[in-house]
Design a protein. Structure first.
Ligand code: XIL
Length: 342
């Protein structure tokens, strides 16, 4: 029988997956079986984001979120709720709001109502997501613009008040890179200096097979852990496809959706690419295991290759292979290479 990730790593860290609406309530039997067998943590891929949970001003829709929480509870799976404050996937009405007072009202109400409702029901929240630029400065957003650069501390303060029993995290991508990492460290220190609780930091982990930045990742685990917070890898996937920003030629053809150059593996993943993916996953998990005392959770961004967002982003209509389970929900060589690191 297939080994179970959550069993194999149970003394090290939680093993999570992203989960979307199609997988709750056993609507997708294959995904459901795999989730129950392999994972002890889930992150809602979309259904707790602001545009879904507060679709109209002060009009909340908790239907899908409640169902996901019930599913997780029934199956003894911890929910990392995602996410309260993020510049993306905001409700449409937020694009028309101008006044500082209205943004402030949205900010306070959204955090208080949503985090409050799920306190004691979810394990943790990504309180603030992707607040940094690549150079470590704060990203321009409606929150920075209208509320000023203290908004992140305030988000954690409100979340702490509304959800005293829930762990509170900062989450971002590329924060293993030195400049952006310095920005994340500054955020964490600022929250701590204000006497506000932050329990952990999530490094998203959207990397590329064959060029995973292992040294930067190791330095980041050490640096974040030294601040006394949990370190997590929260949205792990390794693309095997060219990224449009990798070189100028690719950029030119990036718009050619499904072009052979940008979508080379529509007919299947060749052995060499499969081996590169397998080795990258093994290298990563060897590092994770080395730092098992600092790392509290590893979450994959999707159940299997067929359900990965990377088939549609940053170029729609591609065939990607970034996860441990294939389109038939079968474990790939990368899965066994990961298991072997335990
Ligand atoms: C992605 C989802 O996977 C997609 O289904 C959705 O269309 C867009 O968002 N960083 C994050 C996640 O924090 O919420 C994003 O999820 C991927 C990048």
């Amino acid at each position: 029988t297939t080994p179970s990730l959550k069993e194999v790593f149970k003394n090290y860290f939680l093993i999570g997956t992203a989960m979307d609406a199609q997988q709750i309530e056993e609507k997708d039997a294959a995904a459901d079986a795999l989730i129950k067998q392999q994972f002890n943590a889930v992150t809602p891929e979309n259904i707790m984001k602001a545009e879904i949970i507060q679709p109209g001003w002060n009009k909340y829709d908790f239907d899908l979120a409640d169902k996901l929480v019930a599913y997780a509870q029934k199956n003894n799976i911890k929910v990392n709720a995602h996410t309260l404050i993020w510049h993306s996937q905001l409700p449409a009405f937020m694009h028309h709001i101008q006044s500082v007072d209205s943004v402030k009202k949205y900010f306070e109400d959204h955090i208080t109502k949503v985090a409050g409702r799920y306190d004691g029901k979810v394990y943790s929240w990504d309180v603030v997501n992707e607040a940094l630029n690549e150079d470590g400065s704060l990203r321009k957003s409606i929150f920075l613009e209208k509320l000023g650069d203290n908004y992140i501390v305030e988000a954690f303060r409100l979340a702490q008040k509304a959800a005293p029993h829930t762990k509170l995290y900062y989450n971002d991508y590329n924060i293993e890179q030195p400049q952006k990492r310095a920005g994340a460290i500054a955020i964490i220190k600022k929250i701590q200096a204000a006497g506000v609780r932050i329990d952990g930091v999530g490094i998203q982990g959207h990397w590329k097979a064959g060029s995973v930045p292992l040294n930067d990742i190791e330095e980041s685990i050490k640096a974040f852990s030294a601040l006394g917070v949990e370190v997590m890898f929260t949205e792990l996937d390794l693309t095997v496809l060219p990224n449009p920003w990798d070189n100028a030629t690719a950029e030119v053809s990036a718009t050619a959706k499904g072009s052979k150059e940008m979508n080379p593996y529509a007919a299947g993943l060749p052995d060499a690419a499969q081996q590169t993916l397998t080795k990258s996953y093994a290298d990563l998990f060897r590092l994770f295991v080395k730092y098992k005392n600092d790392i509290s959770r590893i979450t994959f961004w999707g159940v299997n290759d067929g359900q990965s967002w990377l088939n549609g982003w940053p170029i729609p209509g591609r065939t990607n292979y970034p996860l441990l389970f294939d389109r038939d929900f079968k474990p790939k060589p990368a899965f066994f290479s990961v298991i072997a690191t335990a």
